[in-house]
Design a protein around this ligand. Structure first.
Ligand code: 5GP
Length: 178
């Protein structure tokens, strides 16, 4: 796997340090709120589990999965639900936990879908954001890192289901997907 990586963008240490800060921030803001953290499968699983270990308040978790149709490195935003949430989120505080925002279309779809269930609030927690790629306005409440438009893998993020188990986040060599 290592030979396919152009450059390490974020080391394991950098990621863990940032997640520790995010965990503290969420713990402060969700004191006595018992939020439901909804992890978007599959890319955000590593992020969710490390984040949970850094939150000191009671919470619940659930999982949501979409398939999007697009090219291998670009989602089209046209999505289909593969796995719905199992929890009733009516009047509950929801935090969406997502790996990366590119155009923002996937997250907007998820946000609008969850809003229809009348939760008390919905906030967005994202590890990586590509602000230059946004096609719509998207408000990220808890953010790890802003990055450029390169295609990245590792720490849960895949290309064709590969590279998720790298402990760092790296830029994938273009020749792998072009
Ligand atoms: P959006 O709908 O914001 O354009 O795309 C979001 C989804 O596209 C993410 O959940 C992720 O699955 C995928 N994606 C976007 N950029 C990257 C990237 O750099 N690396 C990987 N592995 N997936 C990405």
């Amino acid at each position: 796997m290592e030979k396919d990586i152009l450059k390490i963008l974020l080391s394991e240490e950098q990621i863990q340090k940032k997640i520790c800060e995010l965990g503290k921030q969420i713990s402060r803001e969700y004191k006595d709120k018992n939020p439901i953290m909804i992890c978007i499968l599959r890319g955000a699983v590593f992020f969710l589990t490390d984040l949970l270990k850094n939150i000191t308040e009671p919470l619940e978790i659930d999982f949501f999965s979409l398939s999007s149709y697009g090219t291998s490195t670009k989602s089209s935003g046209i999505v289909k639900i593969r796995k719905d949430i199992d929890t009733d989120i009516l009047n509950r505080h929801v935090i969406i936990v997502e790996d990366i925002v590119d155009s923002g279309l996937t997250l907007k779809y998820i946000y609008d879908y969850l809003e229809k269930h009348n939760p008390a609030s919905v906030k967005i927690c994202v590890l990586l954001d590509k602000p230059k790629a946004h096609e719509i306005d998207i408000k990220i409440d808890f953010l790890g890192f802003e990055i450029g438009n390169d295609f990245v893998v590792g720490y849960g993020l895949d290309y064709s289901e590969k590279y998720r188990n790298l402990s760092y986040i790296g830029i994938l060599k273009e020749e792998i997907y072009s």
